[in-house]
Write a protein that binds this ligand. Sequence first.
Ligand code: GCU
Length: 322
Amino acid sequence: MELPEAWQRAVVPPLPTTRSDIVDEFARTIYGRTPTGGEVTELVLRSRDDGVLDGAADRLRHHAVIACPLGNLELDTLTHLPSGASDAPVVVVLNFKGNDETIEAWPYAKATAAGYAVLTVDYQQIEPDDPAPSAAGVRALFPAETWGAVAAWAWGLSRLLDIAGRISGIDTVGAVVLGHSRLGKAALWAGVQDERFAVTAANSSGCCGAALFRHPAGEDIAAITSRFPHWFVPSFAAYAGRENDLPVDQHQLLTSIAPRRVAVTSAEDDAWADPIGEYLAVVAARPSFAPNAIGYHLRPGGHDLLEEDWLYVLDFVRKLVD
Ligand code: GCU
């Protein structure tokens, strides 16, 4: 059969095929390049309450200093640890509203009863979530890098793991990175880049998270880059309305985590995060993973990180460990 003339003239751009080319392409097109560096130089225990949460967990607050090329970043972390733990695996997770708010909102008692330590910090201590921030975040502490706020939060997740490694009672082997929504996008990018994370869990991460760009539903590139230009490299906005021209799609972000494990969780009524697009990314990525190394969970309800999401993730993590 004769090909149409336009097809014969078409130049198909080479698509990335190796893992490192794919990761480079995500960095170049969407998230930006994460600089190397940023070292935890001080970790001071500010307070320790033993036997909280029905006597089974210890609550620790630390102040961390992270030396970066142009200055220090300071973080106030909150850690819950199973009482008497000597080698608890850790879940690192950024929070939206400050450490204290998580004490009521997250099922710490169940996580520690399952043997996990949980370490969190307010994400805006790492990088303000503002296109024109009045205070500087970590991106101001590295010279001449182009990386968006999502990548800066991902960098922060790796520093949380460094901090966890200095807390007695925690063993960073088997570490889990978890995030919700914009912080789910950051968790995925952290999981791709930092191979110390044995499990990556992204809850309702949506556009630029687990949802396929080429599944046209929910938030799209035009919407995300006009409201949140600071999350990505500036040139990403040029793909607004041109999803099909992107050199990558989000199932490849998931496959970049293989053979390590990844869990994607969505909510039925969370149309903005496109749960179907998230599911389709998992289906497309599945051949790159061992059968139990990729999981998908859909629950009723809306956009939130609920106890049910936590429990699915903890159960997913445990399945290969037991
Ligand atoms: C907005 C944004 C999403 C993001 C969400 C959140 O809805 O459009 O991309 O995931 O905020 O972080 O809650």
